[in-house]
Design a protein around this ligand. Structure first.
Ligand SMILES: O=C(O)[C@H](O)[C@@H](O)[C@H](O)[C@H](O)COP(=O)(O)O
Length: 237
């Protein structure tokens, strides 16, 4: 079932399996079209639990993964071996089987202080991961997306559409670890932007976010209500 909002197309699936079947095919189609057109494709993914079955499905597709660059929409600033690292999550769930040939571009750099490395990370993301063909967001119950967290002093920079930097770093009050995140302006540069959410609770948060105009309280609302790009929302109960 499809519902069309201001800038959002909302696709509801009755279960995770049917969503993953449909969503993975949509993503693979975008990647293949990019490879056909440019000779390469860029996929940026978020962390969390929701994308795990999607990653496991994506890696089964037989496409030219050696022409796909995979990066992160955000990272907890941790060594790639730490259990909470998004790089670890991507390596464990996505960069296997057919997709093992993809080129992964990590955000975390051991010798950098994230709070002082925004310019370094922004340059890396801009030069190595953009133009971006597919960007997949998740959403927290606190209305965060990527690592753009509410009630955070750095969020203003993170969602300022005039901020030309591609990254922002913040230490959330509602989640563990200092983070490096793409900024809203970077996220909206992606050609195809998806929000992947699961469970009735997330649906309620999503519906509240559509009505919330204070983006400092609800960063996901800054994405959903943007005036530049269509957001494709994939949801199953
Ligand atoms: O690094 C992260 O934590 C993610 O990028 C984050 O934005 C995630 O997408 C949401 O927190 C949803 O996480 P779940 O899918 O686990 O609910």
């Amino acid at each position: 079932m499809e519902e069309f909002g201001m800038n959002t197309n909302f696709y509801t699936f009755t279960n995770q399996k049917t969503l993953i079947e449909d969503f993975s095919k949509t993503i693979i189609d975008k990647l293949e079209k990019a490879i056909e057109k440019k000779g390469e494709a860029v996929l940026l993914v978020s962390g969390g639990n929701t994308p795990k079955p999607l990653f496991e499905k994506l890696r089964t597709f037989d496409i030219s993964w050696n022409k796909v660059k995979i990066g992160l929409v955000d990272e907890r600033w941790l060594d790639g071996k730490h259990e909470d690292s998004n790089a670890k999550l991507v390596k464990e769930y996505l960069l296997k089987d057919k997709a093992s040939k993809a080129l992964f571009i990590p955000l975390y750099q051991e010798n950098l202080d994230p709070l002082k490395s925004i310019d370094i990370c922004s340059t890396l993301v801009k030069n190595k991961l953009f133009p971006c063909d597919v960007l997949i967001l998740g959403m927290g119950d606190d209305f965060h997306t990527a690592s753009l967290f509410p009630n955070n002093e750095k969020l203003k920079d993170g969602i300022d559409l005039n901020n030309e930097k591609y990254c922002v770093s913040m230490t959330p009050s509602t989640a563990k670890h200092t983070r490096m995140s793409l900024t809203l302006s970077a996220i909206l540069k992606a050609d195809n932007i998806y929000l992947h959410i699961q469970g009735k609770n997330k649906k309620e948060v999503y519906e509240k976010a559509l009505k919330e105009n204070d983006f400092l309280l609800s960063p996901i609302s800054a994405v959903l209500k943007n005036e530049k790009k269509q957001i494709e929302v994939y949801y199953n109960e």
